[in-house]
Design a binder for this molecule. Structure first.
Ligand code: NAD
Ligand code: DAU
Length: 337
């Protein structure tokens, strides 16, 4: 494998993944990203002059953009997606366009080019639905029971990948991961939102009773997992990743408040998210055994690093919040746009 097409590389996990690849491997990388509201060139500012890296602005569902790229690469890692559950509740169509049609277009172009060795599709634990408090964690063999338009669109894209493997022997590997946190996460997601609101003295909106449980994984651990699956995964296989770190939303928020030495009074209980999944947890036995992977960063360390990152990178999130980051693009990347 020499050259990899990474889609959605200007988002949270994709940018962390590209940084890891450039730091630890010799691959050439093409980053295809549409620069939606969640895509930010600034996330890879420090990597933009690396001769092994190239950015292409475009959409994964656009055949004219994708097909020529497939003629140059040996592998695909598909991070590109509409990723936020709340947005999917307000408007589902962009999720179907990118997550379903986009994934199918990537699969078709990959197959037509006929040279790729691995098509790695990055998916989520949300495709399995929700667990009761005494249920065992999700396994790769569990049925798909998605509950939100977002998770339904991701489940559909997983099934399109499965069909490409079964019908055409496209060498698809699917990874499914639990909730990521860490640097460069867009401030609509729970952890960055709570850090930024607490730093700004704003209320912390907690949906429902705050006792919904997520399994938290530090983004670098997930990226290392994706890299293991890319290099060692078997075509047609699904690999679950998780942090083995189940916490209620309130526990997460209280930890952030403790680190920032802020008052619990900032918490405000608000109307619950419709269809809100109660609990996620991942069984990661398979990846421990087959890929020799395990999460390395415990929550205590990961959340302290994350809070510090948001404190040290105020301009990054203040630009996003104020919309000024568009000027940043103009100034630094006129040609790309
Ligand atoms: P993100 O929203 O931060 O980034 C998504 C990126 O995809 C953005 O850069 C955006 O510009 C790009 N994009 C969106 N639509 C596109 C299109 N049509 N064509 C090209 N680019 C497009 O998302 P994230 O949190 O980094 O998640 C990345 C992937 O990982 C997603 O597939 C998501 O489902 C999956 N995932 C996320 C988590 C998590 O906790 N964030 C957990 C498990 C799996
Ligand atoms: O589990 C993996 C998934 O994690 C990924 O597939 C998704 O792309 C990613 O967005 C994330 O989905 P969640 O819905 O779990 O993440 P979010 O950060 O939106 O919410 C986490 C929990 O916090 C959830 O129970 C809802 C709650 N929440 C969220 C926000 C934004 C609040 O209580 N208040 C909030 O303001």
């Amino acid at each position: 494998m020499k050259k990899i097409l990474v889609t959605g590389g200007c988002g949270f996990i994709g940018s962390n993944f590209i940084r890891l690849l450039l730091e630890e491997r010799d691959y050439e990388i093409v980053n295809l990203d549409a620069l939606t509201y969640a895509g930010n060139l600034e996330n890879l500012h420090d990597m933009k002059d690396d001769p092994r890296y190239r950015f292409v602005k475009g959409r994964i569902e656009d055949e004219k953009t994708v097909l020529p790229l497939m003629d140059e690469v040996d592998a695909v890692v598909n991070f590109a997606a509409e990723s936020h559950v709340d947005r999917s509740i307000h408007s589902a169509m962009p999720f179907l366009t990118t997550n379903c049609l986009g994934t199918q277009n990537l699969l078709d172009c990959f197959r037509r080019a006929g040279r790729g060795k691995v098509f790695l599709h990055v998916s989520t634990d949300e495709v399995y639905g929700s667990l009761g408090k005494d249920d065992p964690p999700f396994k790769e063999t569990d049925k798909l029971r998605p509950n939100s338009p977002y998770s339904a669109s991701k489940a559909a894209s997983d099934l399109l990948c499965r069909a490409a493997w079964k019908t055409f022997k496209v060498p698809v590997v699917i990874t499914r991961c639990s909730n990521n946190y860490g640097p460069f996460q867009f401030p609509e997601k729970l952890i960055p939102l709570m850090i930024i609101n607490a730093l700004s003295g704003r209320r912390l909106p907690v949906y429902g009773d705050g006792k919904n449980i997520r399994d938290w994984i530090y983004v670098e651990d997930h990226c290392r997992g994706v890299l293991c699956a890319l290099e060692k995964g078997k075509p047609g296989f699904i690999y679950n990743f998780g942090g083995e770190c189940e916490l209620t939303n309130l526990e997460v928020i209280e930890k952030i408040l403790e680190i920032l030495k802020k008052d619990r009074d900032l918490i405000e209980f608000v109307k619950d998210r419709p269809g809100h999944d109660r609990r996620y947890a991942m069984d990661i036995t398979l990846v421990k055994k087959e890929l020799s992977w395990k999460p390395e960063t415990d929550f205590e360390k990961g959340i302290s690093r994350t809070v510090s990152w948001y404190m040290e990178n105020r301009t990054w999130w203040q630009r996003i919040i104020s919309g000024e980051y568009k000027d940043y693009y103009k100034k630094h990347y006129d040609k790309a746009l």
